[in-house]
Design a protein. Structure first.
Ligand code: MTE
Length: 323
């Protein structure tokens, strides 16, 4: 997402991701990865989940799930944006092994009656976990289908009793350069920060995510707590959250600070408003198996396909100016 000098960019980033992933499929098809790899590609994704990830108990299915087939676990956890661990798509998986998501505390402050520092269990345990299979659209015009596990964010926020002055909710990612090697470089202003309007934060589709594919969230996907706002570009879905603040003023957001002409506060998926450096009219589904040989671009839908549920939040707002 960041504009960098060619010498800063790794070859895995220059190669369009489809070609990059297709290359693996081609190697497999040619027999280089062995017959077993091809076979496991065709098996249920459950088989591909490493045993080190703890299975989450009591997860209930959600009517908000799409019926589209989810991406594989290895795709969701191997192709990431998490600049705290590096700017390459494979950096987060490779460089997040030292990150310790337990124990975890979140500071809740600002315009709310209940404020303070709360540990992970006190935030998550009072709620029933839901599996929500969501469409996920990155601003870089790739997409995935992901079976997240989480809790409606609004149910969590209500417990802190926001006051009538709370118009926005701001979020902050942890800063731990010793565990997050990317934070040793000023590629972004650390900590990564994001924000939503109160109405967006309380919307039933907005999820506080704790897992994926029925297991706890891998480090590269934002362990132990991240946001998922399915009708917005992926950069709104901030990872490894350590602070939630209720505010009266619109909070600053990391990508808007870095490039205000490219990344707005709203960031609603909108095929009619192009990013200055690429079209948003269509997207490529990330794919790694033989299927990727045939994967075509598909049209991007307004609000990423969630218009019926969320378009009313923006009545009267000029979505071209408020991108
Ligand atoms: N959160 C933090 N703290 N740092 C990041 O670099 N990247 C964002 C978002 N949240 C990012 C972040 C972007 S650009 C995207 S597309 C999604 O995380 C990627 O989520 P995923 O890697 O789980 O697919």
């Amino acid at each position: 997402m960041l504009i960098r000098k060619p010498s800063d960019i790794k070859s895995s980033e220059i190669t369009p991701e489809r070609t990059y992933l297709n290359r693996r499929a081609l190697l497999q098809a040619a027999g280089f990865a062995g017959a077993g790899t091809l076979l496991s590609d065709a098996l249920a994704a459950d088989d591909a989940i490493p045993a080190k990830y703890q299975r989450l108990a009591g997860v209930r299915k959600s009517p908000f799930s799409t019926t589209e087939a989810p991406n594989k676990f290895e795709e969701i956890t191997g192709y990431n944006n998490f600049y705290e661990f590096g700017t390459g798509k494979d950096d987060p998986a490779a460089a997040s092994g030292r990150f310790r998501p337990k124990p975890w505390k979140v500071k809740v402050d600002g315009e709310a009656e209940v404020t303070g520092t709360f540990d992970y269990d006190s935030i998550v345990k009072p709620h029933v976990l839901e599996e929500r299979i969501y469409r996920f659209r990155c601003v870089e015009a790739w997409s995935m289908i992901v079976p997240w596990v989480g809790i409606p964010l609004g149910d969590v926020l209500k417990r802190y009793k926001p006051t009538s002055k709370a118009r926005y909710v701001a979020f902050e990612t942890v800063v731990r350069p010793e565990e997050m090697p990317g934070q040793k470089y000023p590629v972004l202003d650390w900590p990564y920060v994001e924000g939503l309007t109160m109405a967006e934060a309380m919307h039933p589709l907005t999820l506080l995510v704790v897992g994926v594919y029925g297991v706890e969230l891998p480090n590269q996907n934002g362990a132990p707590l991240r946001l998922m706002v399915p009708w917005k570009y992926g950069f709104k879905s901030i990872k490894s959250i350590v602070r939630i603040s209720f505010t009266e003023q619109q909070p600053p957001t990391t990508w808007n600070l870095a490039a205000p002409g490219e990344y707005g506060f709203y960031a609603n998926v909108n095929p009619k408003v192009d990013h200055p450096r690429w079209s948003q009219a269509s997207e490529r589904r990330v794919s790694s198996g033989l299927g990727s040989l045939f994967a075509a671009r598909q049209p991007t839908l307004p609000f990423n396909g969630y218009a019926d549920q969320v378009a009313s939040l923006y009545k009267g707002l000029d979505l071209v100016r408020n991108f």
